[in-house]
Design a protein around this ligand. Structure first.
Ligand SMILES: *Cc1c(COP(=O)(O)O)cnc(C)c1O
Length: 388
């Protein structure tokens, strides 16, 4: 593996941050141990600068997002998501912005689908509310105006974790705001280095993920449950350290690697759009991390997932529930409903777009879905039960 060779020879770019900053269109970029570490550090920095202690996030997103908020000593507020567009529900968004204690809003560009920030900026009140892009799933994806996602905001976080656009281990904070940069730089400078044990674990994980991402061996994760790949866990005691030398070594030549990988993602996305419909993308093809497809019922989805497990095609569900149903958090959202998030969690499957997907694989994926009903705008939401 190229990264291990680079690491052993000592010939790697030990300082990829300036190039990340340039690429992302920001003044500053900081690398840390993971995307959730990046978000935690960033939120702590904002908390020391701004006012308020709640952070608004989509009700359907990665479990690491609320985990980072809790870890930073802040409180998550949820905004429902339209299951057909993955955009914030306007009424739910307005309600979050009505809170006097709102410190920041963190939209997720889920799969790389741009979260429409124009509406967000319009909703911003006179009081300062930070807009933080969660671009963990959007490295190298552009908005309709041609900006890279993660640019039009106060600061953004990216993940270099497994299953993301660039798998190296680590996370990135990017910002052009001098006050945020100063706080983040100070926090990053205080971080401990990762332990030797963690470094070796990173090497192992990288090698395993590199192997497992191929659909031909997709049966392996099911047989090796201790790897925890594909599992969604909520945990707040993750380690927050500086980036590992392994991650830095793995990033040698990252731009070419990212461009090649995103080229395949774009091509696979185009194919799914032409065969299955444009879905949430509204006609503009993007290098999506996975291609979302909303089925009309949970039963229909169960059937698709069963069939995909049998054939090893790599069609999968995403996060099992909305944030409001995570057992450790649900007491915070008593009496609130998030029907959009519930419907995504129950009915959505996602299709693989990575570079090891072959033309035959994706044809088989499409064949499996073509007879199915995609949910339409007219389909009614499933009965939503309030959290109690
Ligand atoms: C993966 C991910 C994160 C966290 O990144 P890690 O590097 O796994 O800690 C945060 N937000 C979203 C949307 C993600 O997909």
């Amino acid at each position: 593996m190229a990264a291990v060779r680079a690491l052993l020879s000592g010939q790697f770019d030990a300082n990829p941050e300036p190039e990340f900053a340039r690429y992302l269109g920001h003044e500053h970029a900081y690398m840390v141990s993971s995307g959730k570490s990046a978000l935690t550090i960033l939120l702590e920095s904002l908390h020391s600068l701004g006012q308020g202690r709640t952070v608004a996030i989509p009700a359907y997103t990665c479990y690491s997002v609320p985990a980072a908020i809790i870890r930073a000593g802040l409180e998550p507020v949820l905004i429902d998501v339209d299951p057909l567009t993955f955009q914030f529900e306007p009424a739910s968004l307005a309600q979050a912005f009505g809170r006097p204690d709102l410190l920041a809003v963190v939209p997720t560009h889920l799969f790389g689908i741009p979260s429409d920030l124009s509406r967000l900026h319009a909703a911003r009140s006179a009081r300062r509310v930070y807009v933080i892009d969660d671009a963990a799933q959007a490295l190298g994806v552009t908005s309709a105006s041609g900006d890279r996602l993660g640019r039009a905001c106060d600061a953004a976080i990216f993940s270099l974790g497994r299953g993301k656009h660039l798998n190296a281990g680590g996370g990135i904070i990017a910002t052009s705001d001098p006050a945020i940069a100063e706080r983040v730089a100070a926090a990053v400078n205080r971080l401990p280095a990762p332990t030797r044990e963690r470094n070796w674990r990173s090497v192992l994980e990288l090698a395993i993920v590199d192997l497992l991402v191929r659909p031909q061996v997709y049966w392996l994760p099911a047989g090796l449950p201790f790897l925890g790949i594909g599992e969604t866990v909520y945990e707040t005691d993750f380690s927050i350290t500086g980036p590992s030398p392994v991650a830095r070594a793995t990033l040698t030549g990252w731009r070419e690697r990212l461009e090649r990988a995103n080229g395949s993602r774009l091509e696979h996305t185009r194919y799914y759009m032409s065969e299955l419909g444009a879905g949430v993308l509204g006609g503009r093809a993007l290098p999506l991390l996975r291609f979302p497809f909303l089925l009309s019922s949970a039963d229909e989805r169960a059937a698709v997932l069963r069939e995909s497990r049998r054939t090893g095609l790599g069609i999968s569900a995403m996060y099992p529930t909305g944030i409001h149903r995570i057992p450790a958090l649900r007491h915070r959202f008593q009496g609130q409903v998030f029907p959009g998030a519930d419907r995504i969690a129950a009915n959505m499957v996602t299709l693989p777009t990575h570079e090891y997907v072959t033309a035959a694989d994706r044809r088989a994926v499409v064949t499996q879905l073509q007879g199915r009903h995609e949910a339409s705008a007219r389909a009614s939401a499933p009965h939503s039960v309030a959290i109690s």
